[in-house]
Design a protein around this ligand. Structure first.
Ligand code: URA
Length: 433
């Protein structure tokens, strides 16, 4: 078999066989297929697409390129959740403890942030002492004991995805539905949970800018998960404006804690409750209304917040900052951004807010960039809020004075103030089962 022939086959729109796809993925991982040939193949896939059969073969080959985590040492049904990435998306920190408090097992591997989107592992590392790289037997023990553990991805999970994603990033082939599907689903299949809830984001801060594109991606991922024998469901949710008010690691942990106390922002609370209920529904806990009632119960009783405390302690974290969020280290500079005119907030560009948080050093420009856990921003005004000239619309937190002015300029670009109050947008746009 020659990679040249496979590239040519895809270029003219023919279907690749399972054997050919396995040859290509294994060859790329072991170095026998060079970057230039894989780049050409990725571009051919970008333009010609892939059949479901091809996407499944690619997902399966990528999943099996490294460790396939066997979660059978954990009792009960294991449910995973994946978000396609967003700004201010701290949902895992809220949903995980809620679902675990309702008796569903969450053995979750999360990623770090890159570019304008944040990552759960960075947020967890804002908690002093929290270890994200515990040994696998300790990970299993924590889930069996407390119902939840969130760790970083093991070094050898889907090496094919690591290599291909890096290549896609520099060859303008990230925004391809077959390639995103294979990338996300290979990681989910390798991570071993029985049920998978996908939160597919759409809007200005997401890969999929329109609802239609997000629905196509969601449907593909659900289909591939089902072919692999997992229970999968997807919700398409809005990321046109950031979720909640906080962007930045410790600021987001504080907002997550407030939400677990039942004092979170309305949009974040609603999305988290619906995602939690959907995960429990997938795990056969009851019908959606019964699951929603259980979610309300564990928030009201404090059981969900206690789960977060327990999880943090199990992973060597200092839970005093969760019990009293005032103890989080604070940024030395707090800068208020004020409205330049009166009116209604009619849009807040998520991507720009994410970029402002990177400028403030809350996120990474490159994989190696250090991050400042205390920095970030609070969006004091959200969509539809009325403001008068001079009102505070956002607050910037940083330890680096030189970053204030550039971040403020980006926030002025992100906020649109109009005379008319904008129409409300639904937060959950569709559900794919
Ligand atoms: N997230 C992933 O893990 N992979 C993609 O291709 C896109 C988003």
């Amino acid at each position: 078999m020659r990679m040249y022939d496979l590239i040519n086959k895809k270029k003219i729109g023919e279907e690749l066989s399972e054997e050919e796809i396995r040859f290509m993925i294994n060859g790329y991982v072991d170095g026998s297929v060079p970057d230039y040939q894989m780049s050409a193949m990725l571009m051919a896939i970008f333009f010609q697409g892939m059949s479901d059969k091809e996407i499944f073969a690619m997902t399966d080959a990528m999943a099996k390129s490294g460790d396939m985590v066997d979660l059978s040492a954990i009792e009960g049904i294991k449910v995973d959740k994946h978000s396609t990435g967003g700004v201010g998306d701290k949902t895992t920190l809220i949903i995980g403890p809620i679902v675990a408090a309702c008796g569903v097992k969450v053995a979750k591997m999360s990623g770090r942030g890159l570019g304008h989107t944040g990552g759960t592992i960075d947020k967890l590392e804002a908690i002093p002492g929290y270890k994200t790289d515990i040994p696998q037997d300790k990970f299993f023990e924590n889930v069996n004991k407390c119902g939840i553990s969130v760790v970083g991805q093991s070094g050898n999970l889907t090496p094919a995805d690591k290599k291909i994603y890096a290549l896609r990033d520099v060859t303008a082939t990230v925004d391809s539905i077959p390639l995103i599907t294979a990338s996300i689903m290979s990681k989910k299949l390798a991570a071993g949970s029985d049920c998978i809830l996908l939160d597919v984001k759409t809007g200005s801060g997401a890969f999929m800018k329109t609802v239609e594109e997000a629905e196509v991606l969601a449907k593909k991922m659900v289909d591939i998960g089902k072919i692999a024998g997992r229970k999968v469901q997807a919700l398409v949710t809005d990321m046109d404006i950031p979720l909640g008010h906080a962007i930045g690691n410790s600021l987001e942990v504080i907002e997550a804690v407030n939400t677990l106390k039942g004092q979170g922002p309305e949009d974040l609370t609603y999305i988290c409750k619906e995602l939690s209920a959907s995960m429990m529904y997938l795990a056969d806990i009851g019908d959606m209304d019964e699951c929603r009632a259980k979610v309300d119960e564990v928030i009201a009783s404090g059981a969900a917040l206690n789960k977060l405390v327990e999880m943090v302690e199990n992973q060597c974290g200092d839970s005093s900052v969760i019990k009293n969020t005032e103890l989080f280290e604070k940024a030395s500079i707090v800068h208020k951004v004020v409205a330049k005119k009166s009116g209604f907030i009619s849009h807040i560009d998520s991507e720009k807010c994410g970029i402002a948080s990177v400028v403030l050093e809350a996120g990474r420009e490159t994989k190696e960039s250090p991050i400042d856990y205390a920095s970030g921003l609070i969006l004091d005004k959200k969509l539809g809020d009325e403001v008068k000239e001079g009102d505070v619309i956002a607050t910037l937190y940083t330890n680096n004075q030189a970053k204030v002015e550039p971040a403020e300029n980006i926030i002025y670009e992100a906020y649109v103030i109009d005379d008319e109050k904008p129409e409300e947008r639904p937060l959950i746009l569709s559900q794919i089962m």
